[in-house]
Structures are given as C-alpha cells and as structure tokens.
Design a protein around this ligand. Structure first.
Ligand code: VGL
Ligand code: ZN
Length: 291
C-alpha cells in the first residue's frame, strides 16, 4: 500500500514543498552561462583597452578553470547537471526507522551514520520517496510468531525461505517511526511495506511472494520517472531487493553505497551485491550526486 504524504508528523520539520529546478533540455547552467559571461567580459575589456597583459592571463586562467570544471561535470553527469535535478530521477530513501538504529529492535550496525548522509543525498533530488517497514503484530517474519523458532533462523513459508527477525517496526509503535534526524521535507510519498500479516516485503516494489505490488512502480511511471537511486537501510535486504526489482522493471538503477549500511547475516551483503550487479544495478557514492 502507499500513502500520499499529506501533513506528515515526525521527521518533517518543515512544510512539504517541491523544489523547482531546470527541466530537461535547459542549457547546462550555470557553467555555460558563466563561461559565456566571462568570455564576453574579457573580450569587451580587451577591446576597450582596460585589460593589462596580466589581467588577460588571470582572466584566461579563470576561463580555463571554468572549462575544466565543466568538462569534469560533463564526464560525471552526462546530462551536465546533478542527477537529482532531473525530473525523471527519484531517490528512494529506505527504512530510516528507530528499530533499525542503535538501540532499536533490529539495529543495523552503523545505521545512524547514514542519517545525515541520506538527508544530504535527498537535498539534491527533486523527487524523493521514503519507505517505511510497517508490520502488523504477529507478522510472519517475526520469530515470535513461530513456536520454537529464534531470530535469524531461516524457515520455509508458502512463498519461499524467510529469515526470522526479532519483532520490529510494528505498525504505529515508536520503533516504526522515522528517526527524528530524518530531514527530508520535500519527500512526496511514503511507501509502507510488509503490511500483510502473512507476507514479508523487503522490496519496496513487490512483496516477498514476488507478485503482490506495493504500487510504487505505477506511481513512478505515472510521473515519467525512469531512473531510481536508492539509499538507506539495510543494504543487503530492503535496499538490495528494491534495487533488483527496480532494475528488473526497467528503471536505470543506482545504489548510493556510502549512504547505506548492512545487516550482513551469513554473507548476505556479498550475495546482495552479486545479485544487484547481475541485475545491472550500478554502485555510486554521495559525491557523485553533488554538483
Ligand atoms: C529489513 C529485515 C527485516 C530492512 C526489514 O529494512 O532491510 N530487514 N525487515
Ligand atoms: Zn521488516
């Protein structure tokens, strides 16, 4: 299921507002314009006799730096601007919830380290979606729902193998809330997943039976989005499953690796990256998102 974010409480400390930015087809501002202004100014000053030879040198060196910067930008961002400014891209910020942070019921090691990084990543995107693990009490993924079972064992459920977890992110409990440090006021949508008692959902596109959709791909396609970036918790479960599904459903998919942390259960991180790579998911870093 998905919720359209209306007047969310908790992490949203500022009113919702979708930043505006250049649309596809705009010149790659501001570098082209800057280069043009600098060149025009130099030529004008030189023609008017205002520019001494060392002035010419300084101005030429400034132009060189602008050109070098522009080449760098162009290499890193083929469209000449930060990927998040593209209206066809979205950042999906995965499960930055109290239970996945130190002290939480299913704490991801170092999970708190990505809160500020994810905020910074989100600030570079026009389109941001948040996901929230949101289980009913007695959920099938909880070890406590299966007699004689303990957390981190794997059992077979009708849809396949299921790792059993401590009770976590129970709907409408403090552990299911977003961390108070999440600061993404312009997030447009919150997807809640794992909402059906008998099915887990690591992926934010399809539940663990691999057939029940959350509705996210329809939402993204309706908005003309073809490129997905993912960040958050945990790399080897919700981020990886979401990334593989996004890639399989035709989205150009990237994981912002330094904005994620893993649970890493019995080699699950290495397996997750093998699966993501095989599905065509690309690994990027926060630096690659910045202008
Ligand atoms: C997650 C285990 C259980 C995750 C959610 O967000 O990666 N992991 N539920
Ligand atoms: Zn869960």
């Amino acid at each position: 299921m998905f919720l359209l974010a209306g007047r969310p409480a908790g992490p949203f400390r500022r009113p919702l507002g979708i930043p505006t930015g250049p649309s596809r087809g705009d010149p790659p501002a501001p570098f082209t314009k800057l280069g043009f202004v600098a060149k025009t100014t130099i030529e004008g000053a030189y023609r008017g006799g205002h520019l001494a030879p060392q002035g010419v040198h300084c101005a030429a060196s400034a132009l060189f730096h602008i050109a070098a910067r522009r080449t760098f930008m162009t290499d890193r961002h083929p469209r000449g601007r930060a990927p998040g400014s593209d209206p066809r891209s979205v950042l999906v910020v995965v499960d930055l919830q109290v239970d996945f942070l130190p002290g939480g019921a299913l704490a991801v090691p170092g999970g708190h380290e990505v809160l500020g990084l994810c905020n910074r990543a989100a600030a570079t995107f026009r389109n941001v979606v948040l996901t929230q693990d949101w289980h009913p009490p007695g959920h099938a993924s909880f070890a406590s729902s299966h007699s004689g079972r303990v957390p981190f064992e794997t059992i077979d459920l009708p849809y396949g193998p299921q790792v059993l977890w401590p009770d976590h992110c129970v709907e409408d409990t403090p552990g299911a809330r977003f961390s108070a440090h999440v600061d993404v006021p312009h997030a447009q949508l919150i997807i809640r997943k794992g909402v059906h008692k008998g099915i887990d959902s690591y992926s934010t596109f399809y539940e663990a039976d691999r057939t029940t959709p959350t509705g996210l791909s329809g939402y993204l396609r309706d908005k003309g989005i073809d490129t997905v970036y993912l960040a958050g918790l945990a790399t080897d479960f919700c981020v990886a499953w979401s990334a593989v599904d996004a890639a399989r459903h035709g989205f150009a998919t990237h994981v912002v690796d330094d904005c994620c942390r893993a649970i890493d259960l019995d080699g699950s991180l290495a397996k997750a990256w093998a699966d993501m790579t095989a599905a065509g998911v690309r690994q990027v870093r926060l630096d690659d998102l910045a202008v």
